[in-house]
Design a protein around this ligand. Sequence first.
Ligand code: G3D
Ligand code: MG
Length: 181
Amino acid sequence: MMAKLILLGDGAVGKTSLISRYVFSMFDPHYVETLGTNVTARVEKLDTPQGPLEVRLQIWDIIGQERFDSIYTAYYQEADGVLLVCDGSRSDTLDSLSGWIRSAEEVLGQFPAVFVVNKNDLTPAFTMEEVRQKLRGMSSGAFGESPIVSTSAKTGDKVAEAFGSLARSIASRKGQLGPKK
Ligand code: G3D
Ligand code: MG
C-alpha cells in the first residue's frame, strides 16, 4: 500500500533532519535549501497477522514557511498520517503543536498522528509525562492515546521507530493489519 505522510511543527525542531536520517541514513539537514515542499519516499515493512506488509511512504516536508497560517492546503490534502514534531529542549515548540493540529484538522478532519519529541541528545525542557498531559488537553483529547516517540535525528535514536509507528497506525486505519490476535 501507499501512504502520504506529512511532518508538521515549528521551524528548527528537526523535521528535515528526521527525514534525512530516516530516508538517507544521514544527518545533514541542508540537502535542500529551496522554498516550498520536498517529497521523498521509503518503504516500511510491517509484520502483520497475514504476513509482511510493505507500506510505501511518501514523505512531505515543508521548507521555509513554517507557520500554520502559511502552509498551503495541498500540503495537507490526502495525507494519511501526520508526524507532529517538537524540540524537547524548547517548550514553546511543544505548545505550538495545538496550532499545528488545528490547521491540519481543518483540512483532514481526524487523522492518525505520532508525536515526536526530537533532540533527545540535548537537555530536556519537559518530561514525557508533561507531553502526555498536554496532548490530553489538545483537541478534546483526540490525541490523548497517540504514540509519543523521543528521538534524536543527530544520533539516529528512535527515528525509524517514529516513522514505523505512524506507518502502522495508517495501515491499521486502512484495515490492512487484519483482525487483532
Ligand atoms: P526543521 O526542518 O524542523 O526546520 P532542521 O529543522 O532539520 O533544519 O534542524 C534545525 C537545527 O536543529 C539544525 O541545526 C539541525 O542540525 C538541528 N537538529 C535537528 N535534529 C537534531 C537533534 O536530534 N539533535 C540536535 N542536537 N540537533 C538537531 P543548525 O545548527 O544546522 O541550524
Ligand atoms: Mg526543514
